[in-house]
Design a protein around this ligand. Sequence first.
Ligand code: ATP
Length: 368
Amino acid sequence: MSALETSVRPGSASAPGLGSTVELRGVVRDFGGGAGLAGLSLSARPGELIALLGPSGCGKTTALRALAGLERVDAGSILIDGEDVTDQPTNRRDLGMVFQSYSLFPHLTAGQNVEFGLRMRRVATVDRRRRAAEALELVGLDHHADRYAHQLSGGQQQRVALARALVTRPRVLLLDEPLSALDAKVRVQLRDEIRRIQTELGITTFFVTHDQEEALAVADRVAVMRAGDIEQIGEPEELYRRPVSAFVAEFVGLTNRVPGVVAAGELTVFGMRVPLVSPSADGPVTVYLRPEDVLFTGEAGTGTGVSALSGVVLTTSFLGALRRTRVRLDDGTELAVQHETRNAPAQGERIHLSLAGTPVTVGVAPQD
Ligand code: ATP
């Protein structure tokens, strides 16, 4: 149990493991011109981490700001623990927030930054110091309490911002692209750290990101947003394996887009019959094949598919744990294949491919 947990009031709404429910009901924010929120509905379970994922301008930040009370809502309501907070100001909603840009006060030390919210709440000095120290310990920065922002790395500054958001024991944590200013390695470290702390505290959390890998890695459920509404919400694997639309299939994970035909509940792609994952009406469809579901086979006609495909290697890239190879099939279709690094086909080499025995259609949609 962390130090911060031990200090949480027993029986309080923010006690560890209890978490809060959060509900957005048909939330509309009309900026004119169609942007904003278009009747967004979303429920978070206690202690759940929901990632809001989507392309730039889809309304992720607006949704978070509406939740925080920083953005006026034109219609709909927002409930925390069943209480309607739609008309409550931000400081009455009991939230912790971390933003993309480091928002530490430059003239205060890390410790003083973390204490700030408690000072505003007139918490006694001794208590304040203890709680700030506990929060800094939680994020692994207890030895840096006396440093100023300019003496901390970007990752450390975001840790302090996280400690500052958590020290007031908020009911809900809102994170708006908290990692996007950090370099790749620190990003992954801090992402894992946020997840550990969030799970440990059992705090209901919304995490805005446009990075699909980050969303899949960190969230209990991912809400893919499009034009101010949710296109699909689900567990990471469900989104990856069963996207409900072409938009989700193309936004979440790398994918090959190829033509297929559905007839009598069966899908045929490249002349092979493959399992149909999503129900689809008969007719031509767009099929999404994940690169890891395309396999190299030794010779033409072998492999798990009914017949194998042939093509020529265009490029192949070593990515450390795996290799990604682009192949041009004999019919001109280009496919990305993800495979073990042991098999390293040469550029220009003729190779044979098959589709994996497991379902390979991660989504079907009417062809454009
Ligand atoms: P990004 O990933 O680029 O931050 P986002 O998904 O967070 O994008 P929002 O910032 O929520 O998107 O913006 C959603 C839409 O609403 C955009 O089209 C944006 O231009 C518009 N918008 C946001 N705030 C305002 C505002 N104050 N006035 C007018 N339009 C706004």
